[in-house]
Design a protein around this ligand. Structure first.
Ligand SMILES: Cc1cc2nc3c(=O)[nH]c(=O)nc-3n(C[C@H](O)[C@H](O)[C@H](O)COP(=O)(O)OP(=O)(O)OC[C@H]3O[C@@H](n4cnc5c(N)ncnc54)[C@H](O)[C@@H]3O)c2cc1C
Length: 411
């Protein structure tokens, strides 16, 4: 057994865990970030999900600021992709005209920049380290995480733990009430083809040498193979099934392509990278002290700690209630990213990269306040978190970003 002590330990280094760890470390807390793979970024990198969805509402108002915006720019530091020109200008009160504030990026390039940012901030990174069980004290108080890696088993002790596993694994094992959802069978990979390489050579402005290849169901289940069941992804066997079936669909697709292209087909078009983690959109999330619900787009919530625009269409913005990050029944724990408490449409808009980073940063702010005050998160008032957000220029009410509406603006 090895044992280390920190102020905050973050489980899972997807964008949510990264934003949480950056926030805590920059506030001066001893911060550990624990990741079971050897890559930082979670689904956005290891999972090959390489579209940083919009930070704006589609009518030219930026809704998400802070580390989520910083990460969007970091995703481009060592690779291709562009932020729409209009969003690079000095921030002003006028809505921005033009395309939405989003970008595609190279997952490997993003990893390089994430390593750099976390090390610069002084985060202690534990790669290839699996979080197994929460370490619990009497009174349902989480006091750290049991982990396993090449050194053997150990415990990382902390005043506050942040569950950014994407699957609420820590919260669930600590006994917090959780909700499970299910997934259409699908797989995203990256491929290359002679045809695409030629097109890139002929128009050098094109962003990427690689192409996305997608099989199975999309977010709405279109193209899901009818005979296949949906999968929760909270059991080991389900994860294996989901991954192997996705790869079987990909083999089917390449067999069909090779039949079209003839014996030379395998040289002309082939996969280059497969996701190294299961691409579940949702598995399990906390049933928190509050829930961001479908009923409340464009509604001012007194406990709001952030804004989530709709990535699918211009217009709606949801406010994130503080309690959606606070699990019930366990003290000393926060949840961030795709396992915070949201349901229905509200979940569909918040389960993507920018809101994951936003909730990660808010969890980091909350953890910092908790450590500084010597209390657990459920004893904090949302107003205290809002004061910190205000100081960082991060809006948490829709009214704050709607000062100058321009009808018909497409940005
Ligand atoms: C097919 C698909 C397409 C998508 N398309 C888009 C898109 O186009 N744009 C967009 O913005 N979003 C998209 N998303 C959603 C988006 O990728 C994720 O919701 C977001 O990246 C979630 O970030 P996260 O940090 O909450 O979780 P994750 O990225 O899941 O990160 C969790 C991290 O925790 C680690 N972890 C888990 N358990 C443990 C453990 N026990 N011990 C140690 N580490 C652990 C994992 O390895 C991982 O690194 C898509 C998702 C899928 C599946």
């Amino acid at each position: 057994m090895f044992e280390k002590t920190y102020d905050v330990v973050v489980a899972g280094a997807g964008v949510a865990g990264i934003a949480a760890a950056l926030e805590c470390a920059r506030a001066g807390l001893r911060t550990a970030l624990v990741e079971k793979t050897v890559l930082l970024g979670g689904l956005a990198t290891t999972g090959l999900v390489n579209i940083y969805l919009p930070l704006c509402d589609g009518y030219g108002h930026q809704a998400i600021f802070g580390i989520a915006e910083e990460l969007l720019h970091l995703s481009l530091r060592y690779g291709p992709g562009n932020v729409p020109e209009a969003w690079l200008r000095e921030k002003c009160q006028e809505p921005v005209t033009g395309p939405r504030y989003m970008t595609a990026f190279s997952p490997a390039s993003f990893v390089l920049a994430l390593d750099e940012a976390l090390l610069d901030a002084g985060v202690t990174i534990w790669l290839d380290t699996l979080v197994s069980e929460p370490a619990m004290a009497p009174g349902r108080r989480i006091v750290g995480l049991e982990v396993e890696n090449k050194s053997g088993r150990g415990v990382l002790r902390a005043s506050i733990v942040i569950d950014a596993t994407g699957d609420a694994d820590v919260a669930y094992r600590a006994g917090a009430p959780c909700i499970e959802a299910d997934n259409w069978l699908s797989l995203w990979a990256l491929e290359t083809s002679l045809a695409h390489a030629r097109a890139v050579a002929e128009s050098p402005g094109r962003a990427s040498l690689l192409e996305e290849v997608r099989v199975g169901g999309d977010a709405n289940g279109r193209n899901h193979p009818i005979s296949q069941p949906k999968v929760h992804g909270t059991k080991g066997a389900e994860v294996t099934y989901f991954v192997l079936e996705g790869r079987r669909l990909l083999r089917e697709m390449y067999r069909a392509r090779q039949a079209e292209l003839g014996p030379d087909g395998r040289h002309q078009r082939f996969p280059v990278t497969l996701p190294a983690m299961a691409q579940f959109r949702t598995t399990r999330r906390i049933d928190g002290m509050e829930t961001m619900t479908t009923d409340h787009p464009n509604t001012a919530l007194p406990t709001s700690v952030g804004l989530v625009p709709d990535w699918r269409r211009p217009g709606p913005i949801w406010e994130v209630p503080f309690g959606a990050l606070v699990p019930r029944g366990v003290r000393g724990l926060l949840a961030a990213g795709r396992c915070f408490s949201a349901d229905g449409e509200a979940w569909e808009v918040s389960r993507v990269i920018p809101p994951a980073a936003l909730t990660g940063q808010v969890a980091g702010i909350t953890a910092t306040l908790s450590v500084q005050r010597g209390v657990t998160p459920e004893h904090l008032d949302a107003v205290e978190v809002q004061q910190v957000l205000q100081g960082k220029g991060m809006p948490f009410h829709t009214s704050a970003i709607m000062q100058s509406e321009v009808a018909g603006n497409k940005g």
